[in-house]
Design a binder for this molecule. Structure first.
Ligand SMILES: Cc1ncc(COP(=O)(O)O)c(C=O)c1O
Length: 426
């Protein structure tokens, strides 16, 4: 094993991170060479600096004027063309954490790592899977989940996804997760929980979130070592007054030394920059020291460096500027309100079909989506909607039909729901 990896493992020894690292995670480190040599050169190489791996002219990044012309002249050349640091732009990481604390009051004073920039949330999940999940290891996950988890966990890491029903009796199935933990056959347990959920569009209520966190803390107290990855892709899109508006991460990040909370979130949907590819991974556990967070950060940087080297620079610079802009919060609120109006219209339309057993809406209160349980074949229904009504929907596992109300203009919601029910009855 590389001596740098050994050193990091030494720093982390005896902690929950030590318990949870995969074989890959144990071997990971961030090479010192280029970073430290470049830093030295920055201080002393006043004549020529031949260390940096980009092309420069008169101290600035070379670039094609035709590319630069696509950006606002306010953006400096060096905000766009050089590489971003492996862990992301420091100012953006600090700003993202500052906002995270505001959005999540329970973690206002918690000790957590600085968020590390990833290439979208997919990459954050993938990095965490590499660092913490071994071949054949179980990953607990509700039965309604984003399909890409199959590629990340099952195919790429050859882990075993073990699911439990997301709902029981129309409520969050906390007992189901508790049982899955007890049945796991190991005291070292990884799970991924996604709220607002894709495809169900469900976020726990305040009471449910409290009970969920309490259940996990109790398991930790009983000696289970838990890695809880919160996939917060749709964070902030909350449409009912009783919905918990902060992440499960904020309740777990300093809760217990046997819980390693890992928050995956992204600018992707929160800031409506889907194609920018900017996500974040943030760690929290009770009693981890600054040195230990730094060691975990180094391992994460190694995992990033070995796959994409570093993430998109222009996107990070644009996002940082926007987040520092006076209208940022108002702009965001406006976007959320627009989707919220579609949510309300959808609820109103669905109420007209209450009791119709052909399509039964699962509970939803947030996010982009809602799903029906279909008494007809969901794939057949999807194809009928597409071929006869030119209406695109997603069928899942042959029994659920998912609608993304986030992408339907308000005035079209009634016609969409009419069409879906009509096709189901046909
Ligand atoms: C639940 C969930 N997690 C993660 C992602 C991935 O987000 P990103 O586009 O930032 O990689 C998505 C995107 O659809 C998602 O639905």
């Amino acid at each position: 094993m590389n001596p740098l990896a050994q050193q990091l493992n030494q720093t982390l020894s005896g902690t929950i991170v030590d318990d949870m690292l995969s074989d890959y995670g144990r071997r990971m480190y961030f090479p010192k060479g280029i970073i430290s040599q470049s830093a030295e050169a920055k201080q002393k190489a006043t004549r020529f600096n031949a260390t940096i791996g980009i092309a420069t002219e008169h101290g600035k990044a070379m670039h094609l004027p035709s590319v630069y012309a696509c950006f606002s002249p306010e953006m400096g050349v060096d905000e766009l063309f050089p590489y971003a640091p492996t862990a992301g732009e420091m100012a953006l990481r600090k700003k993202w954490l500052e906002e995270m604390r505001v959005k999540n009051p329970p973690m206002k004073d918690a000790t957590v790592s600085l968020p590390i920039v990833t290439s979208g949330l997919t990459h954050a999940i993938s990095v965490a899977a590499s660092l913490f999940i071994d071949k054949d290891q179980q990953v607990l996950c509700p039965d309604m989940y984003w399909g890409n988890y199959n590629l990340i966990f099952t195919e790429q890491r050859q882990a075993k996804m073990v699911s439990f029903p997301l709902f029981f009796d129309g409520k969050l199935n906390i007992a189901g997760l508790s049982k899955a933990i007890d049945d796991a056959g190991s005291d070292r347990i990884a799970m991924i929980l996604n709220f607002p959920n894709n495809p169900a569009g469900y976020t726990p209520t305040e009471t449910e979130m409290e009970a969920l966190a309490a259940m996990l803390i109790q398991k930790a107290d009983d000696g289970k070592k838990l890695l809880v990855f919160t996939d917060d892709a749709y964070f902030g899109l909350f449409f009912e007054p009783d919905v918990c508006t902060h992440s499960l991460f904020s309740k777990l990040c300093n809760a217990h030394e046997n819980i390693l909370a890992v928050k995956g979130d992204a600018a992707t949907k929160e800031e409506m920059v889907w194609g920018f590819r900017i996500g974040f991974i943030t760690y929290g556990s009770k009693n981890l020291t600054e040195d230990q967070y730094a060691a975990l950060e180094k391992k994460t940087m190694g995992a990033i460096r070995g796959v994409v080297s570093s993430c998109d620079k222009p996107g990070q610079s644009i996002l940082l500027r926007a987040m520092q802009d006076g209208s940022y919060h108002a702009d965001k609120a406006k976007g959320i309100a627009t989707i919220g109006k579609r949510y309300a219209a959808l609820k109103q339309e669905l109420a007209k079909h209450a009791g119709d057993t052909a399509l039964m809406p699962l509970p939803f209160n947030s996010g982009y989506f809602m799903s029906f349980v279909c008494s007809v074949d969901a794939e057949e229904l999807r194809l009928r909607l597409l071929d006869k009504y030119q209406t695109g929907t997603i069928s899942i596992q042959g029994k659920y039909l998912r609608l993304a109300f986030s992408s339907i203009d308000l005035e079209n919601i009634p016609a969409l729901i009419d069409t879906v029910y009509k096709a189901a009855h046909e």
